[in-house]
Design a protein around this ligand. Structure first.
Ligand code: ZN
Ligand code: ZN
Length: 364
């Protein structure tokens, strides 16, 4: 990310203050801090004012902050909150926004106790995340690279698959190959599930052995250059029974239908509905137990959620340069499940599928 992009993001966010009736913003979520400063460490806070920003961290990060952060930096020897409060006292903003879903009750109480009498704390939801939904050119390039690494690691790792191999062995092969190809880490705990365990949408790889005539589900993502990728593919060891083929075909058609509806202006719920409609026509809709997809970027799960419209939740409309996953699935207890997942970017007239990996059921 070019250095001046951070200053531009901070200015853009400060221009949202009026709409949310705040005069300052206390940013505590690390991905949001990274988005606004470039800081990649594990302890920091950011106070955003209409005309500038102050970053807080501890002495372990003195050098790193000097390299990464272009705004004023305060290195605090002790806890950060009293230092944040001291700066608030100097600038006297009337209403200080904070990220209600991102701080602990402890931090909230300390902040409230230390704040000057005149300043009030205003809970905000997704204030920074809303801006983060639309990716810059540099961010899309980073996600593209993360996706490429992820797919290369997949191709290399599945060459190792043999009947009798344990799920957690394959998960380790995947993680190792990802890092060898430039990832900082997996974007989430790699999912490998075999046989009936594929019916668990978020199976944890265990000591179970990959068997013959069984489905194998791999859901993996890289975190590279700070950006996530996410892909699910299905494999089958040995000849594929007709029931598995039918299940696979139905989920694939649902995934393709959802991808087909993605374009600017379409609601996230409409994309979800497209997948659900196909599964319903196959009598499988009751086995699709999660959302169709999610935004991804600095975090593996971020807005927008591509799911059914929830009461009291705004139904986000897709816009150009959003990066999202499309991942319908169907899970039959005692039999097995199928999920197919790509990472896509919304373009001017539709979307581009970033994931290069073939969606054919791999027969090993
Ligand atoms: Zn996934
Ligand atoms: Zn996903």
């Amino acid at each position: 990310v070019p250095g001046d992009e951070y200053a531009r993001r901070r200015a853009l966010l400060a221009s949202d203050f009026g709409e949310s009736k705040i005069d300052a913003l206390f940013v505590s979520a690390l991905p949001n801090i990274r988005y606004l400063t470039g800081f990649t460490g594990s302890n920091g806070a950011l106070l955003l004012l209409p005309d500038g920003a102050i970053f807080f961290t501890d002495p372990r990060y003195t050098l790193q902050a000097a390299e990464q952060v272009s705004c004023i930096t305060i290195v605090a020897e002790g806890p950060l909150i009293p230092r944040v409060a001291a700066v608030v006292k100097r600038h006297k903003p009337r209403r200080v926004g904070f990220e209600r879903g991102r701080i602990t009750f402890d931090v909230y109480e300390r902040l409230k106790a230390d704040l000057p009498m005149r300043s009030s704390l205003e809970p905000l939801n997704g204030f920074v995340e809303r801006r983060r939904m639309i990716k810059s050119e540099a961010e899309i390039a980073a996600i593209r690279e993360s996706v490429a690494t992820n797919s290369r690691a997949f191709e290399s790792a599945i060459k190792q698959v043999r009947p009798g191999m344990r799920e957690n062995e394959l998960a380790a092969e995947i993680d190792y190959r990802m890092r060898r190809r430039g990832a900082e880490r997996p974007a989430f705990d790699t999912i490998v599930a075999s046989g009936e365990r594929t019916a668990l949408p978020h199976a944890q790889p265990g000591a179970a052995r990959i068997g013959v005539k069984e489905l194998l589900l791999v859901d993996m993502g890289a975190m590279q250059g700070g950006y996530a990728s996410d892909m699910t593919r299905m494999l089958h060891v040995g000849p594929v029974p007709r029931k598995v083929r039918r299940l696979y075909r139905a989920v694939l058609n649902a995934q393709l239908a959802a991808i087909d509806t993605v374009r600017p202006g379409v609601s996230a719920a409409a994309v979800d509905q497209a997948a659900r409609r196909v599964l319903k026509s196959e009598g499988l809709d009751q086995f699709f137990v999660h959302s169709t997809g999610h935004g991804l970027g600095l975090e593996i799960h971020e807005p927008p959620r591509i799911g059914r419209k929830m009461p009291q939740q705004e139904n986000v409309r897709l816009a150009e340069d959003m990066t999202i996953t499309i991942e319908p699935g169907a899970y039959l207890a005692g039999f097995g499940g199928v999920r197919i997942e790509d990472t896509v970017v919304v373009t001017a007239h539709g979307c581009e599928i970033l994931t290069p990996t073939s969606k054919e059921l791999r027969v090993l």
